[in-house]
Design a protein around this ligand. Structure first.
Ligand code: AP5
Length: 208
């Protein structure tokens, strides 16, 4: 059965971590942040404009997202997909409503925990995410930090998310699609909640 989920949450709430884990269940992981970083890497004029916005902790224009994410979704009409970080504005949510969505999963984490996680996040050369305290990289591995994990930008990204959160939540609550999860728990316990939701959405309807 094909499922379409979106993971919505503040920076550092674990959207990417859990979306990657869902690949084991056959989902395609679609990260709007990764797609924008690929545009930046490509070095086009548009990539340079995106880079400036991402570095500031603000939001890239909705039209850019429609093009980048929309083109991907159009190429994969029949697959189970987990969207990570999209939609992020009410306009994006309305735009996405043209496609079928099964659930909008809201990752609930307090600001103190988010800032701790982002401060300790580093990446290995293959993109593996490590947490310097909880899952440190192997000794000697060359790790990097995301440029937008600079402390001042972290706070701006968090404020940007919090400014959009209520509208997004109200939109998905009204559509009956909002599913909050307690994402401050250890990784495995968050995964258990996500898996339970997927199981519930894929369970056959009871016979009458
Ligand atoms: P994006 O790349 O999407 O970044 P983000 O939303 O800020 O989220 P992060 O990737 O920082 O965090 P995450 O929730 O995925 O957490 P993670 O799993 O890594 O976007 C970057 C920028 O692109 C935006 O600022 C914006 O400019 C632009 N952009 C993107 N999408 C856009 C859109 N739709 N519209 C407009 N602009 C857009 O986990 C974080 C850390 O915590 C890791 O170290 C991890 O190991 C650890 N961790 C995870 N889960 C747990 C747990 N349960 N317990 C303990 N530690 C945990």
């Amino acid at each position: 059965m094909r499922l379409r989920l979106t993971f919505i949450g503040p920076p550092g709430s674990g959207k990417g971590t859990q979306a990657k884990l869902l690949r084991q269940r056959g989902f395609l992981h679609v990260s709007s942040g990764d797609m924008l970083r690929a545009e930046i890497e490509a070095g086009s004029e548009r990539g340079r404009a995106i880079a400036a916005t991402v570095a500031s902790g603000g939001l890239v224009a909705d039209e850019v997202l429609y093009e980048v994410v929309g083109a991907f979704l159009a190429r994969h009409p029949d697959e189970s997909i987990v969207l990570d970080g999209y939609p992020r504005t009410l306009a994006q949510a309305r735009h996405l409503a043209q496609l079928h969505l099964d659930a909008a999963v809201f990752f609930e984490v307090s600001d103190d925990v988010l800032l701790r996680r982002l401060g300790d996040r580093v990446m290995g050369p293959d993109g593996t995410i490590y947490d310097l305290q909880l899952h440190p990289p192997p000794p000697g591995l060359a790790v990097t930090r995301r440029p937008d994990d600079d402390p001042a930008v972290q706070k701006k990204r968090l404020a940007t998310y919090r400014a959009q959160e209520a509208e997004l939540r109200a939109f998905y609550q009204a559509a009956g699609l909002a599913h909050p999860i307690h994402a401050e728990l250890p990784l495995e316990q968050v995964q258990t909640q996500v898996n339970a939701l997927v199981d519930c959405l894929t369970a056959p309807a009871p016979k009458r």
